[in-house]
Design a protein around this ligand. Structure first.
Ligand code: TEU
Length: 594
């Protein structure tokens, strides 16, 4: 009998399936102030779709008042809803609709920075003596030897590395820190008034019925004091990646613990903190250790940064293979089991390209179906809290290669393309490379409207209304209605495969959610295989992360009793020991011996 794992302390937020909604692209009923923009009533209209899929919790990307410089991740009022999404009353209706279905909502807490339109910042920037001056990071300029004004340090902006992370304010003759864009000034968490104001925002939404928060770049709220220059890792670049100095600073755990003790712990609520750049395992466990009273879980970036080059910038490219995916997944499965932490399982979100294109293949219908189901089989059988991003359950894919750069409208894509045009105005090879980076890495791929049916605008908004972002060209074939009504006694649509996978995960939660993890065949270049065991049962998962046939020697310790399902049509007819042939992108689930 396998020993129960340390993570067997059961909790609703561990077992839940959490579905991320990017409201702008989810569904537009026309009830918001901007035609062709998704709205809260659109989310309400799909609650039964989500319930039927097996979703327990909805994470709403920001719907607060915002000038939309960064699609709402630049908040100008934390307690008001932006009219393009609807009203506070719409949110109350949404929360009531979720509760009626036994579901919950997480709000997206963006508190490392506000919008430059926020009242706090308008006061802070009004004068150097304003009481809120110290609510943000203000610094005097430096000057070069010949007297030219330069920013306080060499940190690069995160949404456009050609730009400084500092923005000049002519009126008060100082710079303010804006790690992402000039429209997103960083809050100074060293100031206890800032911390108290954020605690008040937390309480406001918890009292309104939210069941917790996804916390945006929460590891950036504590920076290394003094704003020292970053190490020069990109010779010749005007600015350098500063994340080692503005992530996981000296007071992060103090701030996280205080939020937990003073607010979150007083409610039936969960927290998942987004933590780009963090790699140190001790630091990770400090954030999510069961005994730490800080965060329940965090989003780590190893998998979504798998194809970043060594520059530290995201809009770059690097090859990877199935073993790279395996190494990352198995590392964190073991870390959290061995050190009593907790994983968040995600391979897609609003900041990343579509997983079926990125980690498998969406080049043809068969590969796309197989690849999406392969990923679903992985995600529904690993330990941790499962997150699914809108459209992932439909195998929504990247936009096609023939979309011109002008169709990429996210601020990060625009800054990147402008940088490359400015640096290489007549270099067709460099500009072709830049288009390749957009095609593989742009956040826009995740922000095309959800494809509900084959009708006008894919059912996202009314016929004759122009969606705020172009609908992917493949919506007539790839949409929820087609996959809901798909019927084949020997096959499932991607949507049906995800639904079944979520059901199986819950039915066998002592194994899949809480069970132990044993990696099989660690060295194989494309096969990711593992045993999950707990609650008196064991399963074996075998994933061929390549588009090639693979003759795989099954390790004796796999202990497969019988294969129960796979991502190809029909029941898997394979040997349970010795050598088996894995077809391209083939995934298998077998009952294992204890
Ligand atoms: O993302 C922060 C983050 O690390 C990634 O978005 C990455 O830095 C960015 O995509 C540039 O490569 C969060 C939100 O998810 C993102 O949408 C916001 O743009 C960002 O913070 C600022 O709030």
């Amino acid at each position: 009998m396998n020993k129960p794992t340390p993570n067997s302390t059961q909790a609703w937020w561990k077992e839940a399936v959490i579905y991320q909604i990017y409201p702008a692209s989810f569904l537009s009923t026309g009830s918001g102030s901007v035609p062709g923009w998704g709205d809260i009533k659109g989310v309400i209209s799909k609650l039964d779709y989500l319930k039927h899929l097996g979703v327990d919790i909805v994470w709403l990307s920001p719907i607060f008042k915002s000038p939309q410089a960064d699609m709402g991740y630049d908040i100008s009022d934390y307690k008001e809803i932006d009219p393009r999404y609807g009203t506070l009353e719409d949110v109350d209706e949404l929360i009531a609709g979720l509760k009626k279905r036994g579901m919950k909502v997480l709000m997206d807490l963006v508190v490392n920075h506000t919008s430059d339109h926020h009242a706090w910042f308008l006061e802070s920037r009004s004068s150097k003596s304003n009481p809120k001056r110290d609510w943000y990071h203000w610094q005097p300029p430096k000057h070069t030897e010949n007297g030219k004004r330069i920013p306080p340090n060499n940190w690069a902006s995160l949404l456009g590395e050609a730009n400084s992370a500092w923005t000049w304010d002519e009126k008060t003759q100082e710079y303010y820190l804006s790690l992402f864009t000039p429209e997103q000034p960083d809050l100074n968490w060293e100031n206890p008034e800032v911390r108290a104001a954020i605690h008040d925002v937390l309480k406001f939404w918890l009292e309104r019925g939210a069941s917790g928060f996804r916390e945006d770049v929460i590891n950036m709220i504590s920076k290394v004091p003094g704003y020292p220059d970053a190490e020069v890792t990109n010779e010749g670049a005007p600015f350098q990646p500063g994340y080692k100095l503005f992530c996981n600073g000296p007071k992060l755990h103090e701030y996280l613990h205080a939020m937990n003790r003073e607010v979150i712990s007083k409610y039936e609520a969960m927290t998942v903190g987004e933590m780009p750049f963090v790699k140190d395992e001790d630091e990770i466990i400090k954030c999510v250790g069961a005994d730490r009273q800080e965060l329940n879980e965090i989003f780590l970036f190893d998998l979504v940064d798998i194809d970043n080059d060594s520059s530290g910038f995201r809009m770059t490219l690097k090859d990877f293979n199935g073993k790279d995916i395996k190494d990352i997944q198995s590392k964190f499965q073991r870390l959290m089991l061995d050190r009593n932490g907790w994983n968040s399982l995600f391979i897609e979100n609003h900041d990343n390209a579509r997983s079926v294109t990125r980690y498998t293949s969406s080049s043809d219908t068969l590969s796309r179906n197989l690849g999406a189901k392969l990923l679903a089989l992985m995600q529904t059988t690993l330990a941790g809290t499962l997150f699914v991003y809108q459209g992932e359950e439909l195998a929504m894919a990247n936009v096609p290669a023939d979309w011109p750069p002008s169709e990429y409208i996210d601020i990060e894509s625009v800054n990147y393309w402008n940088k490359m045009k400015a640096l290489h105005p007549n270099d067709e090879e460099k500009l072709a490379y830049a288009r390749k980076v957009l095609l593989h890495k742009s956040r826009d791929h995740a922000r095309t409207p959800v494809q509900w049916n084959a009708g006008p605008n894919a059912g996202f908004c009314a016929e004759g209304t122009k969606p705020w972002m172009r609908v992917n060209d493949d919506y007539k074939e790839w949409n929820a209605e087609a996959q809901r009504t798909f019927s084949d006694p020997e096959d499932l649509s991607v949507l049906q495969f995800w639904k079944r996978g979520m059901q199986q995960r819950k039915e066998h939660k002592d194994c899949f959610v809480y069970g132990d993890f044993e990696l099989l065949d660690p060295e194989h270049e494309s096969v990711f295989a593992y045993r999950r065991f707990g609650g008196g049962e064991a399963f074996v998962v075998v994933l061929n992360f390549s588009g090639e046939e693979v003759k795989w020697e099954m390790p004796a310790e796999a202990g497969v009793e019988k294969w129960v399902t796979g991502n190809y049509k029909g029941k898997p007819e394979k040997e349970t020991e010795g050598s088996i042939l894995l077809r391209p992108w083939e995934g298998l689930l077998g009952v294992g011996k204890l």
